[in-house]
Design a binder for this molecule. Structure first.
Ligand SMILES: Cc1cc2nc3c(=O)[nH]c(=O)nc-3n(C[C@H](O)[C@H](O)[C@H](O)COP(=O)(O)OP(=O)(O)OC[C@H]3O[C@@H](n4cnc5c(N)ncnc54)[C@H](O)[C@@H]3O)c2cc1C
Length: 392
């Protein structure tokens, strides 16, 4: 197995990495192919994560979390993704569902909703995307109409990770369509209530054990006390959330890439052709060298991004540096994951293409990391727009 550098990690983070790596090797890796094959959400892995405190690893202790920093969270996601991308997404999605509450919730909202999420008693979800509002999330059509002390929510959200499983979701809805993005507001919605229903459950190329569903809202009553921030602040809350959660997707991508590289290296030393191990062919050595370099460069960018974002805390104000680093880490790690997994399939030849070896699954799993939490085209737009002249 490749020996990962400990550069930049504290002793505690290094020990944490080893613990999570061992857990993933022993308890998750043997389940990965089965989870992919069945496409069933792995509740047993949620239980395992609860045991290890991973459902709220970067959430403050005051709200039931483990209180670790963002880099430690990234290490957890990376190590789990190395064995199983679906399982890693459970940690990242829980973080995503909680983040708008951490950023914009008042004390009462945080105390009421975060502990059950942080301890994994309830799955959470993040409801931004609609069928006509994907990259252009400002085109949100779901409406929230004030009705006394409540709002009535009507509309639908698509492609929701944990849709149909999560009990708590932050929904972004328009309170004033005439104001565009400035008319969007964010609401904490409890999903086990009248008017909420689950629509299509998607069949997917990868991360097949994760449930992705459409959610429909028909005059769902949401108390005004469940609104996050002021009316019109929803879009800003969504963007600041993604600044803090894209590193989770980057870590998932990095773990997938590392997992595929590990398999490819082992294979090259074992497989003989033309009377020698594949590892003796210089052309293949060059491929491995490129893969290793891309993985390590991606890791260093992600860890740097995690440090920068961590020092910004959970403040909801925009910071060009935070936004840019978050997008750069997600862009680079996911492009690396796609390249490295594709090369890993190539290095295993025909065996790379069949499901007896994990690299075909890893290649399918890698693709989503270039798409969700903003496609990589959108990351490039975000990076450019958040570059001050002369910024370093
Ligand atoms: C498995 C899965 C899980 C997901 N989980 C969630 C979730 O939990 N919550 C949630 O809210 N959403 C979720 N999403 C939605 C995801 O974030 C969106 O699919 C993604 O942001 C892209 O939106 P879209 O699919 O509508 O594509 P579109 O916006 O229609 O994009 C189509 C293509 O056009 C490109 N494009 C669009 N605009 C531009 C532009 N301005 N410049 C250049 N290129 C552009 C895109 O990059 C893409 O290549 C999930 C999606 C999937 C597939």
């Amino acid at each position: 197995m490749t020996n990962l550098t400990a550069f930049g990690l504290s002793d505690e983070q290094q020990m944490f990495r080893e613990t999570i790596r061992r857990m993933a090797e022993e308890k998750i890796k043997p389940r990965a192919a089965e989870i992919d094959e069945s496409g069933e959400f792995p509740w047993d892995i949620v239980e395992l994560f609860r045991e290890y405190g991973l459902m709220g690893v970067a959430m403050p202790e005051a709200y039931g979390g483990t209180g670790a920093d963002l880099l430690t969270f990234c290490i957890a996601v990376e190590e789990v993704a190395r064995a199983c991308a679906t399982s890693a997404l459970i940690i990242a999605a829980q973080h995503l569902g909680a983040m708008p509450i951490l950023i914009a919730g008042n004390e009462e909202q945080k105390r009421r909703y975060l502990p059950a999420i942080a301890q994994g008693e309830r799955l959470s979800a993040f409801g931004l995307t609609e069928s006509e509002a994907g990259s252009d999330a400002g085109g949100t059509k779901t409406r929230a109409v004030r009705n006394g002390d409540d709002y009535l929510l009507t509309g639908s959200k698509v492609f929701i990770t944990n849709g149909g499983l999560a009990k708590t979701m932050v929904v972004f809805a328009s309170t004033d369509p005439s104001k565009g993005t400035r008319g969007i507001s964010a609401f904490i919605v409890e999903l086990d209530q009248h008017g909420v229903s689950v629509g299509r459950i998607e069949k997917k190329m990868g991360i097949r054990g994760s449930q992705t569903a459409q959610l429909l809202f028909d005059n769902v009553r949401v108390s005004a006390s469940n609104r996050l921030g002021q009316e019109g602040e929803g879009f800003k809350i969504a963007m600041r959330t993604l600044d803090r959660t894209r590193p989770g997707i980057a870590a998932q991508a990095l773990g997938i890439a590392q997992g595929a590289l590990d398999v490819a290296v082992d294979y090259l030393y074992q497989r003989q052709q033309f009377g020698q191990a594949l590892s003796q062919f210089e052309g293949l050595q060059f491929m491995i060298a490129d893969m290793q370099t891309q993985v390590e460069a991606s890791r260093q960018l992600l860890y740097r991004a995690a440090g920068i974002i961590e020092s910004a805390g959970f403040e909801s104000h925009a910071s060009e540096e935070v936004t840019r680093y978050s997008a750069m880490a997600k862009l680079m790690c996911s492009d690396t994951a796609m390249r490295v997994t594709t090369d890993a399939v190539q290095l295993l030849g025909g065996y790379g293409y069949i499901s007896d070896y994990p690299v075909e699954r890893m290649m399918r799993d890698a693709k989503i990391t270039q798409i969700y939490e903003g496609t990589n085209q959108i990351q490039r737009l975000v990076i450019f727009r958040n570059m001050s002249h002369g910024s370093v």
